[in-house]
Design a protein around this ligand. Structure first.
Ligand SMILES: Nc1ncnc2c1ncn2[C@@H]1O[C@H](COP(=O)(O)OP(=O)(O)OP(=O)(O)O)[C@@H](O)[C@H]1O
Length: 449
């Protein structure tokens, strides 16, 4: 259907659109709710533009300079396709592969919307985890180049101290987790009345969390109103996205002319990842993992484990993370440091693990807490020690590697499964349209249990 529509007139748009909106690559689908029956396409841009050209006149120069200083010269595909929409002030659902550069795209929109001369909270970026919040804050501060304050209101933060800072000198931009934000608003530390732009990153994850969804609805509908702000939702996975676009308008989470920018709709999985799997028994798994690490000699690794169930806790079993970490600390002879990250750790320990993985080779054993938004571009290998629960979880775990946008070097994702789990992995393959190759256990591993 998208191929049939050749131009994007975007009926119902609140503001005049930049001329680049009439010319865009074929992979973008624009589905303004006002004309939902026919998703629209943009025509291909005449020539490759730089990030500065794409943002021309709409993003302050110092912000673009900051971006260039860290090497963001050419826009990634999602930036090229979404920035004309985002910088025109339209509400947007930013839907593109993991590692495709959505963060910079929405932060550029933030800087184009705020007035750094005003002393009020004007932009709010909501993230699901403290770790992702730290990362986004870092990029926002880098782009702000000290022209405005960026505050992180994150779970495990020093909220009492931040409350007085908020009152004394409101930051222009706040990056927050849902719980910490609501706590502050309910304590009347500040109001969201002057918010011009609201971004919700990993939106499907936050909406999918029973703990967070009610608070999120308050942020969207009670503390602020869609009519007085620009709203941006971002994720690599938005299941039933047409339904979601419909709900956005129906529940007034966005305005009615919200635009769905969907890059690579046919192939949600980044193409330069190599997927393999090994079939082994539960008893063999730790040894298989060790053999793979010795064989692959990875630069940096994330090993994903399942979060321990309440039932398993009650039965007094150790969680997978403990099993893997203790085994690797005893048996792994490589140079990478073995670190752990999981929900049950206290925030100081989480912060230490997060800081330590930055900037050096690591072997991080983590639950799905590291699967959303974590940007450690040096990660060359992912191992699923425990099978992810859903195809979406597989997608986000796999997307922690292959994150250098203009590099095509192959990164790998290896999943350890039992014979009975084979069909689950097959289902993920069908849903996400990727191929996974079996590594034969017997020819590769020489351990005796
Ligand atoms: N224009 C650019 N040029 C070079 N590198 C870029 C550019 N934009 C983003 N990057 C880099 O690409 C990597 C991935 O970006 P980002 O974290 O925004 O991805 P994402 O789309 O949010 O992924 P996920 O869905 O996994 O959260 C980061 O390391 C970032 O620094």
């Amino acid at each position: 259907m998208a191929a049939a529509a050749s131009t994007a007139t975007l009926s119902g748009c609140a503001r005049p659109l930049p001329s680049t909106l009439n010319s865009s690559p074929s992979s973008t689908r624009l589905a303004p709710f006002a004309s939902r029956s026919r998703p629209r396409r943009l025509r291909a841009a005449a020539a490759a533009a730089t990030l500065r050209e794409v943002c021309s006149g709409r993003v302050p120069d110092h912000v673009l300079q900051g971006a260039e200083d860290v090497g963001y010269i050419s826009p990634t595909e999602v930036q090229e396709q979404s920035l004309p929409v985002l910088l025109s002030g339209l509400d947007c659902i930013l839907h593109a592969q993991t590692g495709s550069g959505k963060t910079l795209a929405y932060l550029l929109a933030v800087f184009s919307a705020i007035d750094v001369g005003r002393s009020s909270v004007q932009a709010l970026v909501i993230v699901p985890t403290r770790e992702l919040g730290i990362q986004v804050t870092k990029v926002a501060r880098l782009l702000a180049a000290k022209t405005c304050n960026v505050m992180a209101l994150l779970d495990g933060g020093m909220l009492t101290r931040q409350k007085s800072w908020l009152k004394a000198k409101p930051p222009a931009i706040i990056v927050a987790t849902v719980a910490s934000l609501c706590q502050m608003v309910e304590k009347r530390a500040f109001s969201l009345g002057s918010i011009k732009i609201l971004v919700i990153d990993e939106v499907d994850f936050i909406f999918g969390s029973s703990k967070q969804v009610n608070s999120l609805r308050k942020i969207l509908n009670s503390y602020t109103a869609a009519s007085s702000r620009q709203t941006i939702f971002a994720s690599a996975s938005i299941p039933q996205h047409n339904r979601f676009v419909h709900d956005c308008v129906q529940h007034k989470w966005t305005k009615s002319d919200v635009v769905h920018v969907h890059v690579n709709p046919v192939q949600p999985m980044p193409s330069h990842l190599r997927h393999t799997y090994v079939i082994c028994s539960k008893k063999e798994r730790l040894h298989v993992l060790l053999s793979l690490l010795e064989r692959d000699a990875p630069k940096s690794v994330i090993i994903f484990v399942a979060q321990q169930s309440e039932k398993s806790k009650r039965a007094g079993n150790p969680p997978s993370s403990t099993l893997v970490v203790e085994f690797l600390r005893a048996e792994y002879k490589g140079t990478l440091e073995v670190l752990v990250l999981e929900e049950d750790m206290n925030f100081n320990a989480r912060a230490t693990s997060f800081t330590e993985v930055k900037g050096k080779g690591f072997l991080l054993v983590s639950t799905d807490i590291a699967s959303r938004g974590f940007d450690l571009p040096q990660t060359s290998h992912i191992y699923n020690f425990d099978l992810p629960k859903t195809a979406t979880d597989y997608l986000h775990r796999a997307g922690r590697t292959g994150r250098e946008p203009f590099s095509k070097s192959e990164c790998s994702v290896t999943t350890l499964i039992t014979e009975e789990e084979r069909f689950v992995l097959q289902r993920f393959q069908n849903e996400l349209k990727f191929h996974s190759q079996q590594l034969p256990l017997e020819s590769m591993f020489t351990f005796n249990l």
